[in-house]
Design a protein around this ligand. Structure first.
Ligand code: XUL
Length: 519
């Protein structure tokens, strides 16, 4: 039986998982991870981002992503049956007209990066962390008839990290470069193109993170394209369902690494892939992913939008929809507080255990970096009744703030949360999960596989491969045995703490509102 491979090109690294679904034995048979800073130091990234004088600019290198892919494919099991992928959302790659020929003629005797350098119009790609396009967001919003109209059309208000405003900025700042751009990919569709040796489509899930797609019609929205940049329709790949077979592994990969001509399935965004990798294929549950970004997401039966404007509706890989809240100050904020007080993760957990829920009224807005939810461009943590020298209280404050922000800004989803599936690096920390359970008043579970985006991609490869063979396997069956929460890991909410956080949520919201109004 072949194995199914999932890749995840995240902010800070590239991971891969291979799963076997032979009969009742369903297991992860192989995993690997490359860290961009440590394993590919010649690009000079820090936490996966290139240095830039402007703190609002956050770019990375499309060559770095390709070189990591090349290294990873050397290690992928040789019995791969199909491969799909996940990538950081919103980031974009700008290719010249020569790209199609370059992709089709990759020489398996020479490393990938030696051959593709000439196809990029931009050597640096904006990432999801880029917050430098507020002016472009305002212009697009105005052209679309305001915040509500933009959200109703695309599923989100116009956000600085979304691809549309990033494209507008490039088109205006570098019109010649924009004119030379033949194809604009997302990170997901770019990587799929490299594997298939041909231009890949953008799936509906990642396409909904661009402010360019009509969410209900699942088509490029002409008004949004026109509001963004001239001639954009001709530069975008087609849109397609997540289970689209893009092609097969190009001869570069089969000859260079002895891999079979396995099916390449459309790549998607990390959050849509995580929806599958956390097993959220039915209603009533949500997941919280504590990674570089902290995200809360869950399936939605219908399309819609957050009337308050903080959150997003994306297409889900199941063909339905998902709601998402994304806070940018996730793991890097936790690490910053940990390091500031000279702690390790053990000490971080101890600090949480040593401090009372509610922190005696002390609060922090952990906006160490520009924040996305709510949008805040002026960096710096804000403290309320919190002594900056008190390490344990600051540890509690950062975690409580992160959990409260996710809870407050996801209310619009109207999900009666029965259980939370926790994923991402910090989901290993049960003291953090206790705060999560108490703030959300829901039981929290850990999952058998930590990297849910990567697992979700592998499960999507399995689903699409079956579908291509004429078998429409139900999603419940696809995720069974891989993404079911572990009953023994349940962290239950403590009623007294729940009451504390119910009251605190109002104060936190007021503090947040006041700081947005007077940054
Ligand atoms: C979602 C978002 C982040 C990135 C991180 O809108 O911006 O979660 O996808 O990789």
């Amino acid at each position: 039986m072949p194995v199914y491979v999932g890749l995840d090109s995240s902010t800070q690294g590239l991971s891969a998982i291979a799963i076997s679904v032979a009969g009742a034995r369903r297991e992860v048979v192989w995993q690997h991870r490359l860290d961009f800073d440590a394993d590919l130091p010649h690009y000079g990234t820090r936490h996966g981002v290139l240095p830039n004088d402007d703190p609002l600019v956050a770019r990375s290198s499309p060559l770095l992503w390709a070189e990591a892919l090349d290294r990873m494919m050397a290690l992928v099991p040789k019995d791969v049956g199909a491969i799909a992928g996940s990538a950081q959302q919103h980031g974009s790659v700008y290719l010249a007209a020569t790209a199609a020929a370059t992709l089709a003629a990759l020489d398996s005797r020479r490393p990938l990066v030696e051959q593709i350098g000439g196809m990029f119009v931009r050597r640096e790609s904006p990432t999801w962390m880029d917050a430098s396009t507020r002016a472009e967001c305002d212009a697009i919003t105005a052209a679309l008839g305001g915040d509500d109209a933009a959200a109703r059309l695309t599923g989100s208000r116009v956000f600085p990290r979304f691809t549309g405003p990033q494209i507008r900025k490039f088109a205006q700042a570098e019109p010649a470069g924009y004119a030379r751009t033949d194809r604009i990919h997302l990170v997901s569709s770019y990587l799929a193109s490299l594997l298939a040796g041909a231009q890949a489509p953008i799936d509906y899930g990642d396409g909904s993170g661009m402010n360019l797609m009509d969410l209900r019609a699942r088509a490029w929205a002409r008004a949004a394209l026109e509001a963004t940049a001239p001639g954009l329709a001709a530069k975008l790949p087609p849109l397609a369902p997540a289970w689209t077979v893009v092609g097969t592994l190009a001869p570069y990969w089969t000859r260079r690494y002895g891999l079979p001509a396995a099916r390449v399935i459309a790549f998607s965004g990390d959050n849509p892939c995580s929806l599958i990798g956390t097993g959220l294929v039915g209603a009533g549950r949500i997941a919280i992913s504590l990674g570089t970004s902290d995200t809360l997401f869950g399936p939605l039966a219908e399309s819609g939008y957050d009337p308050a404007g903080y959150a997003h509706v994306f297409g889900a890989p199941t063909g339905r929809y998902m709601g998402l809240v994304c806070c940018r100050n996730g793991s890097l904020a936790r690490e910053r507080v940990r390091d500031q007080y000279g702690l390790d993760w053990e000490g971080f957990g101890r600090a949480l255990r040593a401090t009372p829920p509610g922190n005696g009224g002390a609060m922090m807005l952990p906006w160490f970096e520009p924040e996305a939810t709510p949008e805040v461009a002026v960096m710096g943590a804000r403290r309320f009744g919190l002594d900056a020298d008190d390490g344990p209280a600051n540890v509690r404050a950062v975690v409580e703030a992160q959990m409260l922000a996710l809870a407050i800004h996801s209310r619009w989803m109207g999900v009666a949360v029965a259980a939370i599936h926790a994923t991402g690096g910090a989901a290993a920390n049960r003291d953090i999960l206790q705060v999560m359970a108490d703030v959300h008043d829901a039981a929290v579970y850990q999952l058998p596989v930590g990297n849910s985006a990567c697992l979700g991609a592998a499960l999507r490869a399995y689903h699409a491969d079956e579908r291509a063979a004429g078998r429409d396997v139900p999603w419940e069956e696809i995720v069974a045995g891989f993404a079911e929460p572990l009953a023994a890991t349940c962290v239950r909410p403590v009623p007294a703490h729940v009451a504390v956080y119910r009251e605190m949520a109002q104060k936190y919201e007021a503090f947040e509102r006041e700081q947005i109004a007077h940054p």
